[in-house]
Design a protein around this ligand. Structure first.
Ligand SMILES: O=c1ccn([C@@H]2O[C@H](COP(=O)(O)OP(=O)(O)O[C@H]3O[C@H](CO)[C@@H](O)[C@H](O)[C@H]3O)[C@@H](O)[C@H]2O)c(=O)[nH]1
Ligand SMILES: [Mn+2]
Length: 743
C-alpha cells in the first residue's frame, strides 16, 4: 500500500477500538505543492494583466480577456480541489470488537430503502436481486426491513417481488448455511464460487424458473390470470384494474413478508419485505427520488421505525454480507453520535479494461470523499449510505419534530405491520397531498430543490452540524451498473451538472452558506461539485481559441524563448501530474487515468456546456427539466463495442455536436500548424503552445475521428451530425477570420 501511516488515530479510547483512521502521508506534499502552485497561478495572472495592458486593439484585448477569464475559472476550480488534498484520511474497522459493546440480538433495527422507477429501464429482476442481496445480510433477519419504492407504479415490479418473497425463503438459509459471499443470486450463480452440489443446483433451477416467469410477464407487459394464485394477490393486482397509470394512481402498500409471521424453510424468521408505490397525480409535484425517499421515511416510520436506514438504488446490490457490521463500528461508537451517515463508495461492475467512459468516476466516488472525510465529512452519493434516522429531523442539537408524533424517530411501533391502523397510516403518509404545509423536503427528510437530491441532502445535513464518515473497504460493499454508451454517460452528467448548478446559484450556495456553516474547506469542497458546470467555460475556450488563432496566424501565448513559457509548462504539467498521481495512488492505472481525463474534456464540452445552458434557460423560465433515468438494460451490440473499448456514438445526440466540432477544428489546426512548420512559414518557437494544445486535442479526440471516418457500424457518428458539425466548424473559422483580420 502506498499510503503508509503517518499517525494512527482511534476515536475510541478502549484497548480494542471499533475503528481507527490514518492521515495519508501525501498530506504534507500536497500542502507544499499547493503553496508553490498558488505562486505559479499568481504569476500567470501577472502575465495576463501585462498582455491585457499591452493589447493594441479591441480584438486582442478581448482575446486576452477571454484567456484570463478561463484561467480564473480554472484557478478557482483548482483552489476548490485543495480541500480534498488538505487532509485525506483512510479508515479501518474492527467488527470483531463489536462484542465489547453489544450482542447480536441487541443490534439496532435496520430499514433498507430501494428505489426503482421504470420496469423497462430498470428490469425488475435487477431490483429483486438487489433486495435479495440485502435481505441475506449477516445481520439478524428480524432486524431487517426492506422497503421497495416503485415510482414506475408497475404491477410487473410487484409481481417480481411476490416471486422473490417465495424464493427468499430458500435463498436466505442457503446463503447462511454455506456462508455464501455473493448474496446477490444473479452474481452468485454466474460466479466461479457457485457450488456444484445438488442443493446449489436446485436453487439455481429455482432462480432460473423465477427469472423466466418474471421476464415473460415483463415481456407481455401485464400479469396474466394464470399467475395469480391467492386472494391476497388478486386483491393487490386489483389496484391496476381501473385507470391506473404511471403518472396517476393511488398509493399501493403491499406487505410481502412479515417478521414474526413468515419463516424460511428452516423455520428461521424472514425479514420484512414491503412494496410501496406512492400516490401519483399529474396535479402535484412528486420531487423525483427525494420525494420517493421521503415517502419511504414515513411509511417505514409507521411500520418499523428503525433507527438506522440504508438507501440503495435498484442496481446497487450488496457484495459483502458483513457491510452492516462494518457500519455498526461507527454507529455504535458513542463518541460518534454527531455522525449522521456512513457512506460506502459507489463501485461498479462490468467496467471495461481501460474504462473508456471514466465510468468508475474515481475522483467523485473515491478520491474526493477521503479528502472530505478528513474535514467534517463526506458527501452523500445517493446509494450505499447508512443513515441515522434522527439525522433527517434537524441538526444534532436542534431537533425538528414531525407533524405526527408517530413519524418521529423516537416513536416505538408496537403493532404488526399488517395491522389495520398501521396500514392505514402508511397509506395516508404516502399520498400526494400529505406533504403540503409540512417541512418535509425543506427541514426534514431528503431535500427538494435540486436534481441531485443526494448531494443537496448530504450538504444540508453537514451544514446542520452532522458529520459523516466515508468507509472504503477492500472488498466492495456494493456493486452497481454503469451506462455503457456515450450518450447515456453524457446525459447522466448533464443531469448532475444541472442539479449541482441549482445548488450553486441558490441561497444555499456552498461558497457562502456552506463556508459560513462548516468553514472554508468544507465550503470549497461542496463548491467544487456545485460549480462543475463552469468547467465548460475553460474547456470550451481551450478547445477552440488556441486552434482558431493558430489558423489565423495570431499568437496570444508566450514564445518558447520567453520565461512565461515555462510558467505555462509548469502549470500544465504540475496540475496534470498531480491529478495522475492522485488517481494512481488510489489504485488506478495510467491508461484508466488517461481515459478519465479525456472524459473530463468531453464532458466539459458537452454535458457541462449544455447543462449550464439548460440551467440558465430554466432560470429564465424558458425551459424545464426532469430526472431522466439512466438505463440499466444492456444492448448486446453496444455491450460488444464496450467490451472491446470502442466508443458508441450511434444516436444523433446534440451532445455530440459540440464535441465533433471541436474535434474537426483541432484536427485542422494541428495539420495546418505542422504543414506551416514544414514549409517554414511558422517557427516552432512562436506556435509551440498552440500546436501542443491542438495536438493534445487531436489525441484526445481520436475516437471521434474513427467514428466519423473509419467506422461503418451502428456506433459511428451519424452523417447528419458530422455535416452539422462541419458547418459549425466552418462558421466558427470564418467568424474568427473576420475578427482577427483587423489585428
Ligand atoms: O423519479 C424518480 C427518479 C429516479 N428514481 C430512482 O433514483 C435512482 C437513481 O436513478 P438513476 O437513473 O440510476 O440515476 P444515476 O444518475 O445513475 O444516479 C446517481 O445520481 C442520482 C442523482 O441524480 C442519485 O440519486 C443516485 O443515487 C446516484 O447513483 C434509481 O434507483 C431510480 O429508480 C426514483 O425513485 N424516482
Ligand atoms: Mn444509477
Amino acid at each position: 500500500m502506498t499510503t503508509t501511516t503517518s499517525y494512527l488515530l482511534s476515536s475510541s479510547s478502549s484497548s480494542a477500538p471499533l475503528h481507527t483512521f490514518k492521515v495519508l502521508r501525501r498530506t504534507l506534499w500536497n500542502r507544499i505543492f499547493a503553496l508553490i502552485f498558488t505562486l505559479a497561478i499568481l504569476s500567470l495572472f501577472v502575465h495576463h494583466f501585462i498582455c491585457l495592458l499591452g493589447s493594441t486593439n479591441t480584438t486582442t484585448f478581448f482575446l486576452h480577456f477571454t484567456l484570463l477569464f478561463s484561467d480564473v475559472i480554472l484557478s478557482f476550480m483548482w483552489a476548490t480541489t485543495q480541500s480534498f488534498r488538505w487532509r485525506p484520511i483512510r479508515r479501518s474497522v474492527y467488527p470483531e470488537n463489536l462484542i465489547q459493546v453489544t450482542r447480536d440480538r441487541d443490534f439496532p433495527k435496520l430499514d433498507v430503502f430501494i428505489c426503482t422507477s421504470d420496469p423497462y429501464k430498470e428490469p425488475p429482476m435487477g431490483v429483486v436481486n438487489t433486495a435479495l442481496s440485502v435481505m441475506a445480510y449477516d445481520y439478524p433477519s428480524d432486524k431487517i426491513s426492506v422497503y421497495v419504492s416503485d415510482d414506475g407504479g408497475s404491477e410487473l415490479t410487484l409481481f417480481a417481488f411476490m416471486e422473490a418473497a417465495k424464493f427468499a425463503t430458500h435463498w436466505l438459509p442457503f446463503c447462511k448455511k454455506y456462508r455464501v459471499e455473493d448474496r446477490c443470486p444473479a452474481a452468485y450463480f454466474s460466479s466461479s464460487h457457485c457450488r456444484s452440489t445438488t442443493h446449489a443446483e436446485e436453487l439455481k433451477m429455482m432462480y432460473e424458473t423465477m427469472k423466466m416467469k418474471v421476464e415473460s410477464v415483463v415481456d407481455r407487459g401485464c400479469v396474466g390470470d394464470e399467475h395469480i394464485k391467492t386472494d391476497k394477490q388478486r386483491e393487490a393486482f386489483n389496484w391496476w384494474a381501473h385507470g391506473f397509470t404511471r403518472q396517476g394512481h393511488p398509493t399501493v402498500v403491499q406487505v410481502l413478508l412479515e417478521t414474526g409471521k413468515d419463516k424460511d424453510i428452516t423455520g428461521v424468521e424472514m425479514p420484512n419485505l414491503v412494496y410501496v408505490s406512492r400516490q401519483k397525480s399529474k396535479a402535484s409535484h412528486h420531487h423525483f427520488k427525494a420525494g420517493a425517499l421521503n415517502v419511504l421515511l414515513r411509511v417505514s416510520a409507521a411500520m418499523t421505525n428503525a433507527p438506522l436506514i440504508l438507501t440503495l438504488d435498484c442496481d446497487m446490490y450488496s457484495n459483502d454480507p458483513t457491510t452492516p457490521l462494518q457500519m455498526l463500528c461507527f454507529m455504535l461508537d458513542s463518541k460518534m453520535s454527531k455522525y449522521g451517515y456512513v457512506q460506502f463508495p459507489q463501485r461498479f461492475h462490468g467496467i471495461n479494461k481501460n474504462d473508456i467512459y471514466g465510468g468508475e468516476n474515481k475522483r467523485l466516488f473515491q478520491i474526493n470523499p477521503i479528502g472530505m472525510d478528513g474535514l467534517a465529512g463526506t458527501n452523500y452519493v445517493g446509494t450505499g449510505t447508512f443513515f441515522r434516522r434522527r439525522a433527517f429531523f434537524g441538526g444534532p442539537s436542534s431537533y425538528v419534530s414531525a407533524e405526527k408524533p408517530e413519524l418521529n424517530p423516537n416513536h416505538v411501533v408496537d403493532k404488526s405491520i399488517q395491522s389495520e391502523a398501521v396500514l392505514e397510516m402508511a397509506q395516508s403518509v404516502a399520498s400526494c397531498e400529505y406533504e403540503n404545509g409540512t417541512r418535509w423536503g425543506y427541514k426534514m427528510g431528503f431535500r427538494y430543490g435540486s436534481l441531485v437530491e443526494d448531494y443537496f441532502t448530504g450538504y444540508q445535513l453537514n451544514c446542520e452540524g452532522w458529520d459523516s464518515v466515508f468507509y472504503h473497504p477492500d472488498r466492495a460493499a456494493f456493486w452497481g451498473d454503469i451506462p455503457i454508451n456515450l450518450d447515456d454517460v453524457l446525459s447522466q452528467n448533464k443531469r448532475w451538472c444541472v442539479g449541482l448548478l441549482e445548488v450553486a446559484f441558490s441561497k444555499h450556495s456552498p461558497i457562502i452558506f456552506g463556508t459560513k456553516s462548516r468553514g472554508i474547506l468544507m465550503g470549497l469542497a461542496y463548491s467544487h461539485f456545485a460549480f462543475w458546470g463552469i468547467w465548460s467555460i475553460p474547456v470550451t475556450i481551450y478547445a477552440f481559441i488556441p486552434q482558431l488563432t493558430l489558423l489565423n496566424g495570431v499568437s496570444p501565448f508566450p514564445k518558447v524563448s520567453e520565461p512565461w513559457f515555462f510558467l505555462y509548462v509548469f502549470v500544465f504539467l504540475g496540475s496534470y501530474i498531480q491529478d495522475c498521481l492522485d488517481f494512481i495512488l488510489m489504485g488506478g492505472t495510467f491508461h484508466r487515468w488517461w481515459n478519465d481525463q479525456r472524459m473530463w474534456l468531453i464532458r466539459g464540452i458537452s454535458s457541462y456546456f449544455f447543462g449550464t445552458i439548460d440551467f440558465f434557460l430554466k432560470s429564465f423560465g424558458i425551459s424545464t427539466f426532469g430526472f431522466d433515468i439512466t438505463s440499466k438494460v444492456i444492448d448486446d451490440e453496444q455491450n460488444k463495442h464496450y467490451e472491446q473499448g470502442i466508443f458508441e456514438f450511434g444516436v444523433a445526440s446534440p451532445l455530440f455536436v459540440s464535441l465533433t466540432t471541436a474535434a474537426i477544428i483541432n484536427f485542422i489546426a494541428f495539420s495546418v500548424g505542422v504543414t506551416r512548420l514544414i514549409l517554414g512559414h511558422n517557427k516552432l518557437e512562436e506556435i509551440c503552445i498552440q500546436l501542443f494544445l491542438s495536438g493534445f486535442g487531436v489525441v484526445n479526440c481520436w475516437p471521434v475521428y474513427e467514428a466519423i471516418v473509419l467506422r461503418n457500424d451502428k456506433g459511428k457518428i451519424p452523417l447528419k451530425n458530422t455535416i452539422l458539425s462541419s458547418v459549425l466548424a466552418f462558421s466558427l473559422y470564418s467568424f474568427s477570420y473576420c475578427l482577427t483580420s483587423k489585428i
